[in-house]
Design a protein around this ligand. Sequence first.
Ligand SMILES: [Zn+2]
Ligand SMILES: [Zn+2]
Length: 271
Amino acid sequence: MTVARSFEKPSFNWPTAIFMVVIHGLALLAFIPGNTTWGAVGVALVLHWITGCLGITLGWHRLIAHRSFQVPKWLEYFFVTCGALACQHGPIVWIGLHRHHHRYSDQPSDHHDAGKGFWWSHMGWLLREVPAQAEIDKFTRDIADDPVYNFFEKYFLALQLPLAVVLYLTGGWAFVIWGIFVRLVVVYHCTWFVNSATHKFGYRTFKTDDTSTNCWWVALVTYGEGWHNNHHAYQHSARHGLKWWEFDITWIHIRLLQSLGLAHKVKVVDS
Ligand SMILES: [Zn+2]
Ligand SMILES: [Zn+2]
């Protein structure tokens, strides 16, 4: 068993810490009788796919952070919007921090260095003022001046409001509780498992300079991102599941876009 290395924790990021406590608390409203309907659960699942798969995995991660394929600008902006609805900060900070992770994977300067323990890599780091935040500019020169990215950088939090209004008008509080609070919390933990669980559990196909692993259950809840050791080995590849059993539903989405003529310059391991 590995022992987490000791380190001096940066100061608390109070706004994020308070937000996380509040959103987890609000998600518990789902347990109150009357707040859960099949329709509300269905809405949460569809929004999980739109924000977690189309937004974070396909859009922010594979398309933009790694430029593993290209799409028309209007479609890129659509995926940027889906990602902003996941409310995981704005796209510039998210993409900058992700590229920073690949640059310093599991070194002390990696903001979610898995060597600092499971909790730290899962969500402990984001409740703190990690020094990596000061280096985001260095990693985001390609998107820093884009007005759409900057719009969502500013208003990603407010974006939940119009969505909440639409949900309330279509299905009442049950839709709001499941479509916003429960869905946000579930997508958060699914995304964070990529930083924690797939730097700890599973198998390693490639001897990378980090602790990344391939883990089937993380791949299931993150639309294919759980094949994280493959990803660390071949960061440019749009396809993360490389063996026949490594099911990667985001790769199927990308192939579909390609067959429709909407995705091009798709990079894979052999290219
Ligand atoms: Zn990545
Ligand atoms: Zn990683």
